[in-house]
Design a protein around this ligand. Structure first.
Ligand SMILES: Cc1cc2nc3c(=O)[nH]c(=O)nc-3n(C[C@H](O)[C@H](O)[C@H](O)COP(=O)(O)OP(=O)(O)OC[C@H]3O[C@@H](n4cnc5c(N)ncnc54)[C@H](O)[C@@H]3O)c2cc1C
Length: 405
């Protein structure tokens, strides 16, 4: 990337979303560059998620983007470790009627889903032997688990094959839209920055005096803000309102000794704890509703396991009695007011795709293809993400997703 170089598209952020958009715009013949302050993604959500993929949402646009993504993941399943072992979702009497209300919609959009009685749940997963409070369950066999890192690498490799560039250690300092292009003021660090430096840089106003790097400008016909939970700063630089906030989410790996869940996909309990097999361990997560917003990455360790994970797992399965905490981590959800992503054209020459909450991996292909059509042609193609435009918040047309933020 040279000072003064001109691109058709510049993406700010190259996590799984920016990488997917880069693949899609490069495939459409657009000269594409994706800049990222840390291409390895040490603090990116794309490196910290649970790898779940499903299309059992409540809103048609979310179902369609996930369905399109699932079809694509099927076509590259070996390369990206896509295992279609299904999602088994247990509901209590409060949530079961809502689940049933949406099953017809999910089926009508081509997504197979079964409803199960409590007895069928016990037959399907004999480890679930404490059946109290289960009113019913759904099983969606096309859903499953993916390796998000391999998927991001797949997008990047395809983008590179189509001539895209990924430029590391670059932070965006200014965004100036003009009549015929957008001028971006960039800073490239001389060396990789430590985590604390990255957080300060991406949440405050850029590099300090002491940080060595070079300043330069580039121009792009269009830019897209694909910075995940860090999108509020580039949005502000572009003069755009930010609607979303970052919220910490924690995951842990646990050792269940004799129990092996390899044959199952994702299981979501009535209590909200979700888990799946992960190598020799089980990966388990839970999203406390009272978690305050902020750029928090501290993992609560044994406290998280003992308070949030173990009691819920043992309340459902006797075999979890001797569950052992191995390790864990925290990452960020970027959550919009209706918990759906914000995708589309935000202003002339400025596009965006962020705020995917817990859905960024499973929607990444569909969102990238949809946005690339919009950038390349001015309108959506086979995939229409128009309901996810930011205008919905002003028009009062929210795309509300209640399940599992
Ligand atoms: C614990 C947890 C579990 C999850 N589980 C799932 C799941 O099972 N399934 C699922 O689909 N999703 C899940 N998610 C959500 C998913 O991980 C995210 O939605 C997705 O990774 C978001 O990708 P992104 O590319 O938008 O953001 P990120 O992956 O965060 O990438 C953003 C990139 O932009 C860069 N950047 C930001 N601002 C700038 C700037 N100004 N200049 C330069 N670079 C910048 C950052 O360095 C970063 O690399 C989970 C998330 C968490 C935290």
């Amino acid at each position: 990337m040279r000072a003064g170089e001109r691109f058709d598209v510049c993406l700010i952020g190259a996590g799984i979303i920016g990488s997917s958009v880069a693949m899609a715009t490069a495939q459409r013949g657009l000269k594409t560059v994706a800049v990222d302050i840390d291409l390895s993604g040490r603090l990116s959500s794309s490196e910290k998620n649970a790898g779940g993929v499903r299309a059992t949402w409540w809103q048609p646009v979310n179902i369609r983007l996930c369905r399109a993504s699932i079809e694509y993941y099927e076509s590259i399943s070996r390369e990206v470790g896509f295992r279609q072992k299904g999602y088994l979702w247990l509901y209590d009497s409060d949530t079961w009627p809502q689940a049933l209300d949406h099953v017809d919609l999910q089926r009508s959009l081509g997504h197979p889903i079964e409803t199960l009685t409590v007895t069928q749940v016990a037959q399907r997963v004999p480890e679930i032997d404490k059946l109290d409070a289960i009113a019913g369950a759904t099983f969606s066999p096309k859903d499953g688990l993916i390796n998000p890192n391999l998927l991001k690498q797949h997008y990047r490799a395809a983008a590179l094959r189509h001539g895209a560039q990924f430029v590391d250690r670059v932070y965006v300092l200014s965004i100036e839209p003009g009549q015929s292009s957008v001028r971006l003021g960039l800073w490239q660090a001389d060396a990789a920055m430590p985590d604390a430096g990255l957080v300060r840089l991406m949440t405050e106003d850029g590099p300090g005096e002491a940080e060595p790097g070079r300043l330069f400008d580039v121009e792009a016909d269009a830019i897209a803000i694909t910075g995940g939970a860090w999108s509020p700063v580039p949005l502000r630089l572009a003069g755009l309102k930010n609607y979303s906030e970052p919220i910490r989410r924690q995951i842990c790996l646990v050792d269940s000794r004799a129990t092996n869940f390899e044959r199952y996909g994702m299981i979501v309990d009535t209590s909200g704890v979700y888990f799946h097999n992960e190598g020799p361990y089980i990966l388990a997560g839970y999203s406390p509703p009272e978690e305050p917003p902020g750029y928090h990455f501290n993992y609560d360790g044994d406290g998280f396991f003992e308070t949030e994970i173990w009691p819920r797992m043992f309340a459902r399965m006797s075999c979890m009695e001797r569950l052992r905490h191995v390790t864990g981590w925290a990452g960020l959800y970027e959550v919009s007011p209706d918990r759906s992503a914000i995708v589309g054209r935000a202003a002339p020459r400025i596009f965006e795709a962020h705020s995917f909450s817990g859905r960024g991996v499973m929607q990444s292909y569909g969102a990238g293809q949809a946005l690339a059509d919009l950038i390349a042609t001015g309108s959506y193609g086979a995939l229409d993400a128009a309901p996810l435009s930011r205008e919905r918040f002003e028009r009062g047309q929210q795309v509300f997703e209640a399940l599992h933020i």
